[in-house]
Design a protein around this ligand. Sequence first.
Ligand code: C2E
Ligand code: CA
Ligand code: CA
Length: 558
Amino acid sequence: MNDFLNSGMQWTDKLSVGIDEIDADHKVMFQLFHEAYLLSQTNPDAGQLCCFAVELIDYAEAHFRREEAIMSASAYPFCKNHFAIHEQLLKQARQQCVLVTSGQQTVVDFVIFLRNWLCDHILGTDQRMAAYVEGHELAIEEALQEVEPLALPEYTHIYLVDDDENYVELMQAMTEAANLKSIAYTSGDEFLSASITEDDLVVLDLNMPGKDGIEVMRELADKNVRPTFILVSGFDERVLHSAKQLAEAKHLVVAEILSKPIDTEVFIEVLIRVYIECKLARTKKEIKQNHAIKIAPDGISVDELRQALQQHEFIIYVQPQVNFSNRQVTGVEVLVRWQHPDRGLVFPDQFIPLAEEHQLMSELTDAVILEAIKAYQQFKVADISITVAINLSAQNINDLELPEKLGALLTSHGIRPEAFMLELTESAVLSDTSAALDILNRLRMKGFSLSIDDFGTGESSLIKLYQSPFSELKIDQHFVMRIANDKDADAIVRICILLAKELKMQTVAEGIETQVIWDKLKALGCDVAQGYFIAKPMPVDGFVEWFHSWEMVGSKGI
Ligand code: C2E
Ligand code: CA
Ligand code: CA
């Protein structure tokens, strides 16, 4: 695959058509192939893939229209055939795109298909055009003005800012080695005059005479421009770390901090990863904008919520949990969604606080539990035997009858409480006013498993954790996501795992988004994994299908 990356994605002189405008378009297409290849290495979701595939096809289509304008304005005699070939390619590309977004085709295969097709097309057909353009330059220029301008995909620009010229040159060379383009500056002031956007990536030296890196970041934040940063400095790591904290206070994203001297391999690896993250963030934003009307949460009233409960508009999604050591699916977490008739799918963050405020959690949890029972039975029928985890809120833990009610409900459906894991957040459990300990102990005695959720974020009291009968500790995703780049997060995760082992609890890491994070947690001895890297939350029907494909192939991929 590396050969493919190194050679195949690059435009070379051999592919020149002899017409500058067309060559320029082709170069951009090869750059898009390269980016799509990089993207495919990052476990993107279907929405992001769709955006990329559509971007590629849109670009190809706009390019074909330009090429066709050039052909028509020249003496090229094969226009009709050539146009038909373009249509054919677009049709095939769209078909392939559907396969990609439905998961039947990998992005790499899709890109290879387009790349191969374009290479063949350039060598076999496009290169014949050059012989017919001479003497028609003016007509071509006019024709190009007639067609729509090329819908150039918005680029994530990479800026390199360092006062040391040698370092700038070195970084530029490394960026080129990653097949990416960069714009370099040797002073903070000069850089600030560039038109930087929040889609861009800035590799910034902290220690510069004149305007230093911290000032540059502050000025950008004050102008409300928030690109992603990779900070570089000759200072010790502690200084870089505090710079990162400062950036966070200003809501700037610092993706990485690197100390000088920079290791070439590390730099290239980090640059590619962060660059792709920036591109993904942009596609995510686009997806959000496209669905903006559907997910706008504003103005949900409590009456609407009550009505939704009556009309059974709450459904559940489930997110798989897998064992780190043998990759088997051990359970799912049940996550509530509101299938709103006008707003579309509404996420829990947008209605749970309102439900809590108006004492509706008991009713909502009842609805979720009934759906979870149905799901459990559906899994059973499909011969899938796993645990089902439910989220309980602080309000649920005030009801002294909860253990009996829940126990009876499950028994009436022929389900043993052992099959259900109850997730509670630290703050729900540790509040002194609630009868929490009483309820928790009786839940345990009935056979339910208890999980302490979002561990590390609440006001932890180790004594109370020690007294409470938890069987599982769920490390908060905030720390899990940062484990690869943040030493403090890494330390917290390590301590959580040690603590859980000491208390004989199972550990679950939530928010695993990449292979790197998976590998780290596995090495630390974490028991169970949950996160987008394994799968996103999905409807119950989809899970049955997902489970079987995971058993067949997915579990071997990690
Ligand atoms: P939570 O219990 O911490 O649930 C995990 C949340 O993290 C879910 O968001 C899930 O989609 C998301 N997540 C999982 N893996 C990843 C990952 O790799 N990356 C990222 N970025 N996110 C990941 P969701 O479904 O939006 O739920 C949000 C919160 O709403 C939940 O946080 C939970 O506190 C609450 N909630 C959801 N369903 C229920 C419910 O039935 N009852 C109660 N009381 N609370 C619920
Ligand atoms: Ca949870
Ligand atoms: Ca959680």
